[in-house]
Ligand binder design. Structure first.
Ligand code: ATP
Ligand code: MG
Length: 395
């Protein structure tokens, strides 16, 4: 962890990092998806912070581990400034938003774990004959060349062993491979440093979701074959977990923005106005509710349906794709999270559309952020960031 604490000093020294490109490279190499090693050599820490830069909102949480049990000590969220993530990224707006979020949430740490947006990282599941680690890294790079047009020299590539199977004496390793353009990671480190923050590690959203819903404790919801759907503003993370083991992951290019656009189109509203109506008045009605409600509520429900059909179509396509994989077992139920699932009536709607039980994800941690409208319930928009904060806590 030495490298990180050094950088931490540089960052707190007025924000701008004075490091050379070479040391920066070393730094993010160690940070990006470093999985087991650091945990073994790092001094035992008991407080962790994570930031999720989502397309719709930036979220932060801080977790303390008290007598082995994690509890959330601070959290907060801020809207993503309009267009800030468009190319080229609006660095100034992002730094200002990060500064404000750190101040208002009251997190104590300045070293954070973060995730790369679902649309920026390319992940694939590959199977290779079991081989020594060094050879595996070379074989993975070779495989990546086949599915990403960008030269591998311009990518940061990491792999995670999910399982090893044996058939007729031949061992096969199932890998989750992630690749991100190196330039994007440089941008990430720079923006965080400018906001006075050090990136301790960059996590994968799918791993964060597995951790928060199936990793922290053996929850009954994770028994059997379970689909997890985190539906954000622009992307949806889809995972299949079988007997608590991560089996399949996919990023879908759809999210709550589809519903806002559909509402905007129906009423002829600007995006922001449509978003306000969705948040304040949006509700999906069951057949019984529709029969006993106002004309206005029925129209809002109707205006959301075009976006919903597209969302469900994409989700179904991914479920079918998973089902076509060798050895796939039928998904018994779904756990849902992400801001978009907070739309009233969404859980019931999805259960009907997928013809399977659907339940909200529940980390069950003391102090976890709660929904503004239903304070007894976990605020689903925090699932990814909470999972990232648990990165050093859950093996
Ligand atoms: N009460 C609500 N009703 C309906 N939609 C909601 C509600 N609250 C939030 N949303 C929607 O949730 C989305 C934001 O969720 P979230 O913060 O999980 O996304 P994100 O992580 O920023 O995006 P992405 O994962 O695509 O990068 C937006 O589309 C927003 O309109
Ligand atoms: Mg998200």
């Amino acid at each position: 962890m030495k490298v990180f604490s050094k950088k931490s000093r540089a960052a707190s020294n007025g924000g701008a990092s004075t490091k050379t490109k070479g040391s920066k490279k070393k730094n993010f190499r160690q940070g990006f998806l470093s999985l087991g090693l650091l945990r073994k050599i790092a001094p035992k820490k008991n407080r962790f912070a994570a930031i999720d830069i989502g397309n719709g909102n930036i979220k932060v949480v801080e977790v303390s581990v008290v007598e082995g049990l994690p509890e959330v000590t601070a959290s907060g969220s801020i809207s993503m400034p309009a267009g800030a993530l468009d190319e080229p990224v609006n660095e100034e707006a992002l730094v200002a938003a990060l500064n404000e979020l750190v101040l208002t949430s009251g997190i104590q740490l300045r070293e954070v774990i973060t995730t790369i947006g679902g649309d920026k990282v390319i992940t694939r599941h590959i199977k290779l004959p079991l081989m020594p680690e060094k050879e595996l890294a070379t074989a993975v790079r070779f495989e990546v060349e086949k599915f990403i047009p960008t030269p591998v020299s311009e990518l940061q590539i990491r792999h995670l062993k999910l399982s090893v199977t044996e058939e007729n004496g031949e061992k096969t390793v199932h890998l989750l491979v992630a690749a991100v353009p190196t330039s994007y990671i440089y941008d990430f480190y720079r923006i965080f440093a400018l906001a006075g923050l050090t990136v301790a590690a960059i996590d994968l959203q799918t791993l964060s979701l597995w951790r928060v819903f199936c990793g922290i404790s053996p929850k009954p919801a994770c028994q059997g074959t379970v689909g997890i759907l985190d539906i954000g503003a622009s992307t949806t993370q889809f995972l299949v977990v079988r007997e608590r083991l991560l089996e399949f992951t996919r990023t879908l290019p759809v999210g709550g923005k589809l519903l806002t656009n559909s509402l905007a189109e129906y009423y002829g509203f600007e995006f922001q106005q449509a978003s306000d109506v969705k948040l304040e008045r949006g509700r999906l009605l069951s057949a019984e509710e529709a029969a006993a409600t106002s004309q206005e509520d029925m129209q809002i429900d109707f205006s959301l349906r075009a976006g919903l059909s597209e969302l469900v179509r994409e989700i179904r396509r991914s479920i079918d794709f998973y089902a076509s994989q060798e050895g796939a077992t039928p998904i018994e139920r779904f756990i849902i999270s992400g801001g978009a699932v907070k739309l009233l009536g969404f859980c019931e709607f999805l259960a009907e559309a997928l013809e399977a039980p659907v339940e909200f994800g529940e980390p069950g941690l003391p102090g976890q952020p709660v929904n503004e409208t239903a304070p007894e319930a976990f605020d689903q928009a925090y699932a990814v960031v909470l999972g990232s904060a648990l990165r050093e806590v859950v093996e």
